[in-house]
Write a protein that binds this ligand. Structure first.
Ligand code: CA
Length: 226
């Protein structure tokens, strides 16, 4: 799941980014309306955490333009403005939820997760495929009823593949969901990550296999490796 964090206070932006990365999200940070528009024009995000008071304009203007071009990406606004009229105005414009600053990073994560679960996004908190159960909120995996420890990147990769189980996911879509723009990604990182996840799944007795679809991407499907 890839999140765009729009926040002009560098220190806060860093804290939010680090926290969300720890929670297995891929994160890009934009410090202004312009930077946010630039990121949105090159990437697809699963949600946006948006500060409303930005140096070059109002975050609400960004939301208005998003919705105006039919983009329904969930937006969680963080703002110091806690007046009721501002909230109603923002929700009318197409904001999905509000957080009032200062907020708890755990609440930010919980609200983002809630937005990602909304119908239309069809993203349950718990993903099940075969004998694999992934709890995306607690960041835990059970295979055949037994807990299995996984590295953060592997959890994120598994989540991306499970959300599209039975369908081919392109390499670029996987990269987009795993890495932020600023992450240094080696060209073979995805293959290495897939190999590791394959090994963990096999060693844990998973009834799922990651198939390579040459030149396209990967697909998670029921069945043991050939
Ligand atoms: Ca601000």
């Amino acid at each position: 799941m890839r999140i765009l964090v729009v926040e002009d206070e560098a220190e806060l932006a860093g804290l939010v980014r680090d926290h969300l990365v720890k929670m297995s999200f891929a994160v890009d940070v934009a410090a202004s309306v312009d930077e946010a528009e630039a990121s949105l024009s090159t990437c697809r995000y699963d949600a946006i955490a948006l500060d409303l008071g930005l140096p070059d304009g109002d975050g609400l203007g960004l939301v208005r333009r998003l919705r105006g071009r039919g983009d329904g990406t969930p937006v969680l606004a963080a703002t110091a403005r806690d007046q009721v009229t501002d909230r109603i105005h923002g929700l009318d414009l197409g904001l999905d939820d509000y957080l009032v600053k200062p907020y708890d990073l755990r609440e930010l994560t919980a609200r983002l997760r809630a937005l990602l679960r909304r119908p239309g996004k069809a993203l349950g908190a718990v993903q099940t495929a075969g004998n694999v159960v992934l709890d995306t909120v607690r960041a835990t995996v059970e295979i055949g009823g037994r807990p299995v420890l996984m590295a953060r990147r592997q959890l994120a990769l598994l989540e991306t593949l499970m959300r599209s189980a039975g369908r081919v996911v392109s390499r670029s879509a996987i990269d987009d969901s795993l890495y932020g723009i600023d992450d240094l990604v080696e060209s073979n990182a995805l293959d290495a990550n897939v190999s590791r996840l394959r090994r963990v799944l096999a060693e844990s007795g998973a009834s799922l296999t990651i198939h390579t679809v040459r030149g396209v991407g990967y697909m998670l499907a029921e069945g043991k490796p050939a």
